[in-house]
Design a binder for this molecule. Structure first.
Ligand code: 5AD
Ligand code: SF4
Length: 474
């Protein structure tokens, strides 16, 4: 199996575990400040949370560093979604423990989903960390750090029904200055049977839309041109105005953010097939700057498995949603998450997933084999009975089919011209720019004079692989 496939999903998997750092040289050199170093694992929400944590820490006399050896405080913002994700962090903690032996004053903390799931275990049994902070407790960090300074351990894993960090202005670290995430809600109420997220991130709650719009305005003013509204299930975004009782749905929020400026591209993730209704599609069609791309995880192409997964839709419903997208937003690209080898899945049911990938014509998918998570509905109700070699073989077949579908999907773009937002130099050559089109497809093209990251250019597509479009500016 391709090892990168077992990683948790983030927008750019190559960023897994990379440190956040500030580009502000003043904060990097100020001598009286203590320095913190933070690594993020898992989903985009964790990367976004690390920016909130950085903001809280900079308010209490910490400055960011990119050098772990220089740090007084080392934080890992962790993911529990699959066993492999947790193993990666445990391994990293053991390496950091060696470093700590050479630098005894160093504080090591664990944030995010593993902190919430394992609570005291990492403090007491394995003694690898000094600080354990769950996703809703970041405001308590200054207080917990004081406790650690006084020789105690610091732990806060309380989940909240209200916390959205709405008033915190995230410190944009590790940024390309063009694209940014805005967290619009937290938690999840869905209880998909395989998923640990409702246990680690708590109940779903939506953030005040006016704080979201003002964050988008601020980003646009600072030169950002592409924002992604983040939530576990964005379609169930719902905020009620405390005075007027007016209801703000996700479609309404999208419109408010799209109106910030026509040159600000708006993306969102993740959509849930049961909640993704036509109002959002009509809003996408109405505004050119709402990107024509939906990440709509199917998980399985078989209705019996979807029912065991507690996804609350069946294949027919999912197909209806895809038809609605094709009709209302004809140029929309669709991507998916897929799980191979869920409990009791037969070969025929696995074939249904393969046929779904072909039918839906996904531009790309994040593909995983099922990993049983303690405490989830599936762990309590069903036996994890598909042998690992079968899961891996099915995953390989899924990956192969998706690659073929992606290749054909991207090949159909050859000859088309797209408006591309330049994000920076291409990884392979500083003679080339990379950027994305509205459909979230990566586009590589030769640099031309007079344009820079943050500019839009029209690019005629001349060639394609299964993941990238190549062309020239026209
Ligand atoms: N095993 C494998 N994949 C999982 N996902 C969530 N939980 C599990 C699990 N226990 C996948 C789903 C989800 C994505 C974020 O991770 O496909 O959409
Ligand atoms: Fe997990 Fe399902 Fe919620 Fe996504 S929608 S976070 S898969 S429970």
């Amino acid at each position: 199996m391709n090892p990168s496939l077992s990683n948790s999903r983030i927008i750019d998997e190559s960023r897994q575990g990379e440190p956040f750092y500030s580009t502000d040289s003043e904060t990097l050199t100020s001598p009286e400040l203590k320095q913190f170093y933070i690594e993020s694992y898992g989903c985009a929400m964790n990367f976004s949370d690390s920016e909130i944590v950085a903001s809280i820490l900079t308010e209490c006399k910490y400055s960011p560093t990119r050098e772990i050896e220089q740090a007084d405080l080392v934080l890992l913002n962790t993911c529990s979604i699959r066993e492999k994700a947790e193993e990666t962090v445990r391994k990293r903690l053991r390496t950091i423990d060696q470093l700590k032996k050479q630098k005894p004053g160093m504080t090591v903390g664990i944030l995010g989903c593993m902190a919430e799931r394992l609570k005291k275990t990492l403090l007491e049994e394995e003694k690898l960390v000094d600080l354990v902070v769950g996703p809703d407790a970041y405001r308590d960090l200054p207080n917990l750090l004081n406790q650690v300074d006084d020789g105690d351990k610091g732990i806060n894993v309380l989940l909240s029904r209200e916390e959205t960090y709405a008033d915190i202005n995230p410190v944009r670290l590790q940024s390309n200055g063009v694209t940014a995430f805005i967290s619009i809600m937290r938690g999840c109420d869905n209880m998909c049977s395989f998923c640990v997220v409702p246990f680690t991130r708590g109940r779903e709650r939506s953030r005040d839309p006016f704080t979201i719009v003002s964050e988008a305005e601020h980003l646009f003013g600072a030169g950002y041109r592409d924002i992604t509204l983040l939530g576990q299930n964005v379609d169930s975004y719902k905020w009620i105005h405390p005075e007027t009782q007016e209801v703000y749905s996700f479609a309404r929020l999208l419109e408010l953010v799209a109106q910030v400026h026509p040159d600000l591209r708006v993306r969102f993730s993740t959509s849930h097939p049961k909640d993704m209704l036509d109002d959002v599609l009509h809003m996408m069609a109405k505004y050119e700057n709402i990107c024509k791309y939906i990440h709509l995880p199917v998980q399985s192409g078989n209705s019996r498995i979807l029912s065991l997964m507690n996804r609350t839709y069946d294949r027919a419903w999912y197909e209806d949603r895809i038809r609605a997208i094709r009709k209302i937003v004809p140029d929309c690209a669709i991507s998916s998450d897929i799980i191979a080898g869920f409990c009791t899945e037969t070969e025929e049911e696995h074939q249904d997933t393969l046929s779904m990938i072909k039918w839906a014509d996904y531009s790309m998918s994040y593909m995983f084999f099922y990993s049983e998570r303690p405490g989830t509905l599936a762990a309590r109700k069903y036996k994890d009975d598909i042998p690992e070699d079968v899961k891996k073989r099915r995953l390989n077949e899924i990956v192969q089919v998706q690659n073929e579908v992606s290749r054909a999907n991207l090949a159909r773009d050859i000859g088309k011209t797209f408006k591309v937002l330049i994000e920076g130099d291409s990884k392979k050559s500083d003679q080339d720019f990379k950027g994305r089109n509205s459909q979230n497809k990566m586009v590589i093209f030769k640099k031309i004079p007079g344009v820079q990251p943050g500019d839009y250019v029209n690019v005629l597509i001349e060639d394609a692989t299964s993941a990238t479009l190549m062309g020239r500016a026209v």
